[in-house]
Design a protein around this ligand. Sequence first.
Ligand SMILES: [Zn+2]
Length: 168
Amino acid sequence: MPFAPTNRRHFLAATGMAVALPALAGCGGPAIDVRKQRAFRITKTEAQWRRQLTRQEYYVLRDAGTERAYTSPLNDEKRTGTFVCAGCGNELYSSAHKYDSGTGWPSFWQAIEEGAVGTSVDYKIGYARTEVHCADCGGHLGHIFGDGPRPTGKRHCINGVALDFVLA
Ligand SMILES: [Zn+2]
């Protein structure tokens, strides 16, 4: 383990340095490989994750897959509550920041709090995208785009299968 962050500030500094790695690896270096090298507060072996998660959860969270649009019931979830990581239960997004982006994926204009999620640069489809993952377990959530609503202008495009909804 190259480093053991004692808080999220240190963790974010470390992830900032790690974003240069995918460029060196070229197009074939998905962000998940970089994340596996990092230290997260919650770490499990791939075998442990496979036992804990459903096949689809594993595909998204641990293999950086993408669910088909409009397949998650959470896309239409409009009740007040909190969206937590399906891998570790970390609180990630609030219904207060959810909006209908029309993309077919649950969309938020910010995370529930600073440090709840982390980002990396993903070259998986040939150009740079901002990948977003759970800050506690490193589970892949989706991507962040710059075409979101005010006040942030950000669109956190999240796979619903990576989230569990906790009704307020
Ligand atoms: Zn997590």
